[in-house]
Design a protein around this ligand. Structure first.
Ligand SMILES: Cc1cc2nc3c(=O)[nH]c(=O)nc-3n(C[C@H](O)[C@H](O)[C@H](O)COP(=O)(O)OP(=O)(O)OC[C@H]3O[C@@H](n4cnc5c(N)ncnc54)[C@H](O)[C@@H]3O)c2cc1C
Ligand code: FES
Length: 367
């Protein structure tokens, strides 16, 4: 068993080394010269340095394609139609494309390299996504592993977003990362506050962005973000709502709850918030204040591993266990889920078993 694990670790180490060498060789030995990118029937023509990936090349030109995985080919959001010059479809792209998309030239822009003149088509809405210069005006530990990052917008000085949406946070090259990376973070603050946003960021062990944010980011520092992105937002309806969040997955749900309070949206709504122990609960005061403004709102915190000192007499187990105990018939409900991908898969399975149709289940998986 030990030999097998050692073998696998050696193999994955060699693969990572090979990928790095290939990337380095690519940078050194390939010079594609200037290339032209023609967008939306020539509505925009760009002259760019060839060789880079389409996603990053467009970003350098101020055109932001939705992305949540920082270009790692694992979110499937960065789709654009490449009509000419995109090269062959890669195996890394096919899992994210349906038959219609494959036929109409849709590609993952993070996987396509600009090696020649290229003709693309993107939705007009993408031209509205902007990059913002911001300043860190607050860094606050919310739990032992979660920090709130409060950003003031400098230029542009305001952001318009739908509560529930996310931004991409730019992390510069540092000792823990040989190259800059982008990571997605949901906006936790109310949309009415246009000149500032709050993010809620869980530290991930050896995580490139979260190590930087938790250990190196300082108040007063300038930070680049771009956005807003995503289709996780409140749908207009009178249906009873169920919200399920784990850890920092509470962030976009808070923004949606602020929207409901600000706009007087009085729908029956239960928020199930799953964490390990009492120390992992956060925004409890804010949730109490929201509950006073939302007459039909109910809050159910659920601890999966309460400690003896927690003196917890509330719900325990997985957050989905608590939902299963409460919801017997979900056929008239609408669900908003956010956080751990395993929780979301379990919640979707449970809710559909309880009669909720998939077109009324909205989620953002934090992966
Ligand atoms: C739409 C969207 C919104 C998001 N919003 C938030 C948010 O509001 N707050 C927030 O904290 N995160 C959020 N995330 C996750 C975030 O984008 C990063 O993936 C996360 O912060 C890890 O980044 P990293 O660079 O530190 O880790 P990486 O260097 O990317 O990953 C390091 C290792 O940790 C693993 N890993 C990555 N994430 C996790 C995790 N959460 N738990 C355990 N292992 C992990 C990876 O598989 C990898 O093996 C969101 C993700 C998406 C797709
Ligand atoms: S950016 Fe995530 S798949 Fe391309």
């Amino acid at each position: 068993m030990g030999t097998l694990v050692l073998g696998l670790l050696t193999l994955s180490g060699l693969c990572a080394l090979l990928a790095l060498l290939l990337e380095a060789a690519h940078a050194v030995f390939t010079d594609y010269g200037p290339c032209r990118i023609s967008i939306n029937d020539g509505a925009k023509e760009l002259s760019v340095k060839g060789g880079g990936r389409l996603l990053g090349t467009l970003m350098d030109q101020g055109i932001f394609i939705p992305s949540a995985c920082g270009g790692r080919g694992s979110c499937g959001l960065c789709k654009v139609r490449v009509l000419e010059g995109g090269g062959p479809l890669l195996p890394t792209e096919t899992p994210y494309l349906n038959a219609e998309e494959t036929a109409n030239g849709t590609r993952l822009s993070c996987q396509v390299r600009v090696r020649t003149n290229i003709v693309i088509h993107i939705p007009e809405a993408f031209f509205l996504i902007k990059e913002f210069r911001t300043r860190v005006v607050g860094l606050r530990p919310l739990t032992p592993s979660i920090k709130e990052v409060h950003l003031k917008l400098l230029d542009p000085s305001e952001i318009v977003f739908k509560p529930g949406q996310f931004i991409q946070f730019y992390v510069p090259e540092y000792a823990g990362s040989p190259e800059p990376v982008y990571r997605a973070y949901s906006i936790a603050s109310p949309a009415r506050l246009k000149s500032e946003i709050k993010l809620v960021i869980t530290r991930v062990e050896r995580g490139v962005a979260t190590t930087y944010i938790h250990t190196l980011l300082k108040e007063g520092q300038e930070v680049r973000i771009n956005g807003p992105y995503g289709d996780f937002y409140l749908r207009p309806s009178d249906r009873e709502m169920i919200m399920i969040g784990t850890g920092s997955g509470l962030a976009p749900l808070m923004s949606i709850l602020y929207q409901m309070a600000d706009e007087g949206i009085d729908r029956p709504c239960t928020l199930y918030f799953g964490v390990k122990s009492r120390a992992d609960l956060f925004y409890q005061e804010e949730i109490r204040e929201l509950a006073q403004k939302l007459p039909r709102f109910r809050y159910v915190p659920v601890l999966s591993q309460p400690l003896p000192d927690d003196q917890w007499d509330g719900e325990t187990g997985f957050v989905t266990d608590a939902v299963a105990r409460d919801v017997k018939d979900g056929s008239q409900m609408e669900a908003y889920l956010c956080g751990n991908p395993l929780m979301i898969d379990a919640a979707v399975k449970l809710l559909t078993q309880r009669g909720l149709t998939e077109d009324r289940i909205f989620f953002d998986k934090f992966n």
